[in-house]
Design a protein around this ligand. Structure first.
Ligand SMILES: [Zn+2]
Length: 258
């Protein structure tokens, strides 16, 4: 059994063939599909997709950093209203900082991130973090929580956006490895081998983005997480079965699903 820990299958890219996409994933052994939210406009589509595949698809709740604007307080209030028991969300995500596309709302991104860290702690949920070109800001936001029970995953870990040792010093956090690890020029295989034990790794697709080789450049889908896993097995010099077992156990433990 394999877990795709990060897949946006509720997006419009999958509107016409979601059933077939999920079927292909399950046929490939990918039996759990974890869905990170983007913003207020995507929650209902995400919940509808999850309702279609109970026990397979699991939703998260959060405001993505590229969706943080001047009105982020209103967006957070609307999302927070959904986080009352009983709720179906297995994590607060995806949240974090993205200064690659646009740094206009840097302060707002940091404030929104901080508030959502509070949700994760308050509801005892893992945090699914997106961080791009924002390493020092990420550390500024996380350091006050270093000795708390905060746990989560640094999603779309590339190995070249900041200090790996500092990231891993957050001992309850895992790294999410996706198709980037299969790209020819990626430094990630070397970084994983030298600095990240397999016990800290989960696999993901980030569908519809970042399709792994040999699908690079096409729409990504959860079945392709097997190509990521094959590369991970290769890097750690373990069998595909062992790579699947370990990363699945890591995901089950972090997200509290089984
Ligand atoms: Zn994502």
């Amino acid at each position: 059994m394999i877990v795709d820990t990060h897949t946006h299958l509720f997006g419009e890219e999958f509107r016409d063939d979601l059933d077939a996409v999920v079927e292909r994933a399950r046929s490939a052994g990918v039996e759990r599909l974890l869905m990170p939210n983007i913003d207020c406009s995507t929650v209902d589509d995400m919940l509808a997709a999850c309702a279609r595949f109970p026990g397979v698809c699991h939703p998260m709740l959060g405001l993505h950093p590229t969706s943080v604007t001047a009105s982020y307080r209103d967006d957070l209030r609307l999302l927070r209203e959904r986080l009352v028991q009983p709720h179906p969300y297995i994590a607060v995500g995806e949240v974090g900082l993205d200064l690659y596309w646009d740094a206009t709302f840097r302060r707002e991104q940091m404030a929104a991130f901080d508030e959502q860290i509070g949700w994760a702690l308050e509801h005892d949920l893992p945090l699914v973090i997106h961080s791009r070109k924002a390493f020092s800001e990420l550390m500024t936001c996380l350091k006050p929580y270093a000795s708390t029970s905060l746990r989560g995953v640094f999603h779309s870990f590339t190995g070249d956006d900041g200090d790996v040792e500092q990231l891993l010093s957050f001992g309850r956090f895992l790294v999410g490895v996706n198709g980037v690890v299969t790209f020819k020029k990626s430094v990630l295989p070397a970084v994983l081998r030298s600095s990240v034990p397999l016990s800290r790794v989960v696999v993901e697709t980030d569908s519809p983005y970042l399709a792994p080789v040999p699908h690079r450049g096409t729409r990504n889908e959860s079945a392709y997480v097997c190509d990521v896993l094959r590369k991970v097995a290769d890097i750690y010099d373990v069998s595909l079965e062992e790579a699947a077992r370990t990363t699945t156990e890591n995901a089950f433990r972090l997200f509290n699903i089984a």
